[in-house]
Design a protein around this ligand. Structure first.
Ligand SMILES: Cc1cc2nc3c(=O)[nH]c(=O)nc-3n(C[C@H](O)[C@H](O)[C@H](O)COP(=O)(O)OP(=O)(O)OC[C@H]3O[C@@H](n4cnc5c(N)ncnc54)[C@H](O)[C@@H]3O)c2cc1C
Length: 480
């Protein structure tokens, strides 16, 4: 049987794509190696953007009814000290809260939504290959019991996550750039003060963070992950680092808590694959490495890319043109809506991944935290950029930065007091900055070759983003 579209992978990306396609009357087959419901290692945090996309799918109410409490704020700790409490800003396209829901129930809700709109589902199909010919695509899968089955469609959407078989089938090599590895577990009877989402930066696992996400019943999703990169050796011992995190940073909240889940590993990739579109094929979500490089959140990105890919698929089916050129409409939409923010976040991650700059980055983050304490607007801006609710590329705009930074003298006074007083504060700040930069210089000098590669990488990425911004600015000026 010839389907219009086969979607490989029924996570948030694949099921959203299937739902967006099926509701247009497009015959859609959703394949997954698992049967649903199934587990997925995750922080279980549904950002305001994810709630927005659930609303677009028409299942926000159903999902929200399963969650325990709306989350309006997040505490950030740096090197063991509380640095800032930030909220999700009002007045954006998104709600001003996040929620927590385990992926077993969340992914199942979206998969059910796709089926309710007419998509068909086959579980227990491990996709192994994708062969294209003049008339369509053949997807080969190993089925339960060890047999092989083939499915036919006009277009395939690869939504099969970080180890995507579809991505490999169109020539991408996986594990080519910066990635993140993480461990996660669950505790019950967790007692906390302050915000129910807590994020921990520490020099022993930067760039990366530990997290403690607690629902209203005291059930916590706890994890820790950090970036690993081919240029710099990985920090040693994720398991030991995670154990230390539980025993030290989380000793208070976990004092009366009991572990109620296995410690499981997960990974994500944060580099551009060679292609996200090819003849008859598109990649979305983690299969296209689209998670946010700044905070690792990828559920909403997968859902947004699903929407854009469904638009492109519908257009291709209408025109009968399934070539790479026709499907690159998806890539164009992605670039218009998301790429600039993604590239900005990628530059921040690239800078932070250099171990020589670890102390300097944490020093800057700590100062930003101090500056937010007396200025709610600046606090919202910083929390918004970290969560991606505020467009991340905005923090490269001098005009936006000028408006965002505190103008109130009280905020600067509090900032200097927190840094050692009105008189000594500036001196202490300058000393802190110089010391962390000097140690960065010394470390870089001891290991010049990786640092040279890294400088080129940063320069290339900055240049690529700048070229893009100039082209967009030129286009906007011509239209005006
Ligand atoms: C530890 C950790 C914590 C995270 N925490 C958060 C968070 O709190 N909030 C957030 O927004 N994001 C978080 N993320 C990122 C988020 O999990 C992903 O970005 C998101 O799941 C991507 O969705 P997806 O649909 O693209 O892929 P996935 O959710 O990975 O779904 C892929 C699907 O494809 C199926 N599949 C895989 N291979 C095959 C195959 N060969 N054949 C058939 N089916 C296949 C899988 O069974 C799966 O159902 C976290 C990631 C990690 C690793």
């Amino acid at each position: 049987m010839m389907h219009d579209v086969i979607v490989v992978g029924a996570g948030p990306g694949g099921s959203s794509a299937a739902s967006f396609l099926a509701r247009r009357g497009i015959s859609t087959l959703l394949l997954d190696k698992a049967d649903f419901p199934r587990e997925k290692v995750c922080g279980d945090g549904l950002t305001p953007q994810a709630i927005y996309w659930l609303d677009r799918l028409g299942c926000a109410e159903e999902v929200l009814a399963e969650t325990k409490g709306c989350i309006h704020s997040c505490d950030l700790y740096i090197n063991g000290r509380h640095a800032l409490t930030g909220g999700f800003p009002d007045g954006t396209a998104y709600p001003n809260f996040a929620v927590l829901l385990d992926r077993r129930r969340f992914d199942h809700a979206i998969q059910r939504n796709a089926l309710a709109h007419g998509a068909r589902f086959r579980g227990g199909c491990v996709v192994r290959g994708v062969e294209r010919d003049a008339d369509g695509v053949t997807v080969s899968a190993r089925t339960r019991g060890g047999g092989t089955e083939q499915f036919r469609a006009r277009i395939v959407i690869g939504a099969d996550g970080v180890a995507s078989a579809v991505s490999r089938a169109i020539g991408n090599e996986l594990k080519q750039g910066v990635a993140a590895i993480s461990l996660r577990t669950y505790y019950r009877d967790v007692r906390i003060e302050g915000a129910p989402i807590k994020v921990y930066f520490d020099r022993s696992y930067f760039p990366g963070y530990g997290w403690l996400f607690v629902d209203d019943d005291g059930l916590a999703n706890i994890g820790l992950g950090y970036a690993v990169d081919p240029t710099f050796p990985a920090p040693q011992g994720l398991a030991a680092t995670f154990r230390r995190f539980l025993e030290t940073e989380l000793a208070g909240p976990l004092a009366k808590a009991t572990r109620c889940g296995a410690v499981s590993g997960g990974s994500a990739s944060f580099y551009r694959p060679h292609a996200i579109v090819d003849d008859r094929v598109m990649l979305i979500g983690d299969a296209a490495n689209q998670a946010d490089p700044l905070n690792g959140g990828g559920i909403h990105k997968a859902m947004e890319s699903a929407f854009l890919a469904a638009e492109a698929a519908a257009r291709a089916l209408e025109s009968g043109d399934f070539s790479r050129r026709a499907l690159s409409h998806y890539e164009t939409l992605w670039k218009q809506h998301i790429e600039c923010d993604w590239q900005t976040a990628e530059i921040f991650l690239t800078i932070a991944k250099n171990p020589s700059l670890r102390d300097f980055c944490l020093f800057v983050l700590e100062q930003i935290g101090r500056l937010t304490t007396e200025d709610n607007r600046f606090q919202d801006f910083c929390a918004g950029v970290f969560s991606g609710v505020v467009s991340q590329s905005l923090c490269l705009s001098p005009r936006v930065l000028y408006h965002a930074f505190p103008k109130d003298l009280g905020a600067w006074r509090a900032f200097l007091l927190a840094n050692g007083g009105l008189g000594g504060g500036p001196i202490r700040l300058a000393r802190g900055a110089v010391a962390s930069l000097a140690s960065a210089g010394a470390m870089a000098a001891r290991d010049p070759l990786p640092n040279l590669d890294w400088s080129m990488e940063v320069a290339t990425k900055v240049l690529r983003l700048a070229t893009r911004q100039v082209a967009e600015f030129g286009g906007a000026a011509r239209q005006a």
